[in-house]
Write a new protein. Structure first.
Ligand code: PMP
Length: 386
């Protein structure tokens, strides 16, 4: 028996099979609400204007491709930390990572080094990759209810209860904004309560900030995360530039860590763990994002284009909420995703009978719709409900 005979086949990512089905569908009116990338009104995922300009500059002016350290582009790390965390960025350790996924994986490895087999609290539902990232690092995942399908809002009492049950030194994952998949974020009062309890319980928040700027605005979307990090001595922030800079395949992100009195040991562990996993992060996306952030004209243009992205998402969201009573909760949710109140059978029916493609959970990517396609979508939604 060979070594690999012990392996069992893994299920393919259901969203990837959905892409294939969508591609094969010949119906011209088909609507794709599956994969989580932003799309403009024409259905494209554009390279942002400032990004194109920064990439040109990078190609023209980059003097070498020699190695950087495991922390990546230090200019990018400092500027993205400032963007995410505001003035308190000064006190954080930062490491550039391969996307938000890399940041989460590095966070998991750091926690596993500090407390082997430690506990991560994860609200359900969540991004499906969260639990396997922590489990494959050797950590234990405890689940609690994040979202109440009956109201389309946060299951806030359940979050408080989970925080109450967590022990000091447990990690508590919180989506910084634009919750994936539910779109249900805490309001300002709830963030304050979360921050207070996190500090009181000695729980270490791990904030996953993958959609900054796609909800209400760059600073607004980070306000809750900043409040929580300010309230505690130890915190982790997994940051992604893949949505707000449109960098996806360039794998651009960072992990920011607040480490109380253990700054040097924490930093050296982060660098060592990064070395063992990917040695150093891919450069291109981070270098280009750094050029945008350090060049005022490019930064201003990037912010303007990000405003357009956010306004488009919000316009479609409000149109959906106004079009059907069962979609009304979407109006109070944020970002690119929402969960529709559909059973798995209804999700199949809306695909087969109406050419509307979405994840089996009923998660939709709002960016797959336009103001023009909303009425047709709502008609299909209503048809499968009855
Ligand atoms: N966290 C959440 C909540 C996400 O939705 C995603 C991406 N879909 C990530 C992290 C990972 O982002 P990246 O593509 O930068 O690895």
């Amino acid at each position: 028996q060979g070594l690999f005979a012990a392996l069992t086949p893994q299920a393919p990512d259901p969203l990837l099979s959905l892409i294939a089905l969508y591609r094969e569908d010949a119906r011209p009116e088909k609507i794709d609400l599956g994969v989580g990338v932003y799309r403009d009104e024409a259905g494209h995922t554009p390279i942002m204007r400032a990004m194109k300009a920064a990439e040109r500059k990078l190609v023209d002016e980059q003097p070498t491709k020699s190695y950087l350290g495991p922390e990546g582009d230090v200019g990018f790390v400092a500027l993205s930390a400032r963007l995410a965390m505001g003035p308190q960025a000064e006190g954080l350790i930062g490491v550039q990572t391969p996307g938000g996924t890399g940041a989460l994986r590095l966070a998991a490895a750091l926690v596993q080094s500090a407390r082997p087999g430690g506990t991560v609290w994860l609200g359900a539902p969540s991004w499906p990759i969260h639990a396997p990232i922590f489990e494959s690092a050797g950590l234990k995942v405890c689940s609690y209810r994040h979202y109440d399908p009956a109201t389309g809002a946060l299951a806030f009492e359940d979050i408080l209860e989970a925080l109450g049950q967590a022990s000091a030194g447990d990690v508590f994952l919180i989506h910084g904004c634009c919750h994936n998949p539910s779109g249900a974020d805490p309001d300002a009062g709830q963030w304050a309560e979360i921050a207070r309890l996190t500090a009181e319980r000695g729980v270490v928040p791990l904030i996953d900030l993958a959609y900054q700027g796609l909800g209400e605005g760059l600073d607004e979307d980070a306000a809750g995360a900043r409040l929580v990090v300010a309230a505690v001595d130890e915190a982790l922030v997994a940051y992604s530039c893949d949505k707000n800079f449109g960098l996806y395949r360039e794998r651009t992100g960072a992990l920011f860590v607040k480490a109380a009195g253990s700054i040097d040991a924490t930093r050296s562990n982060l660098h060592a763990l990064a070395r063992y996993m990917w040695s150093m992060p891919p450069d291109h996306g981070a270098a280009a994002a750094r050029i945008i952030l350090e060049t005022p004209a490019l930064a201003a243009d990037w912010r303007m284009e990000l405003d357009t992205v956010r306004e488009r998402l919000n316009a479609v969201r409000q149109a959906l909420a106004a079009a059907h009573p069962r979609l009304a909760p979407l109006g109070g949710q944020k970002g690119m995703f929402s969960l529709l109140p559909l059973t798995p059978d209804q999700v199949i029916a809306i695909r087969k009978d109406h050419a509307v493609y979405m994840a089996g959970s009923g998660r939709i990517n709002i960016a797959g719709l336009t103001l023009e396609s909303v009425p047709r979508f709502v008609q299909a939604f209503d048809a499968v409900l009855s």
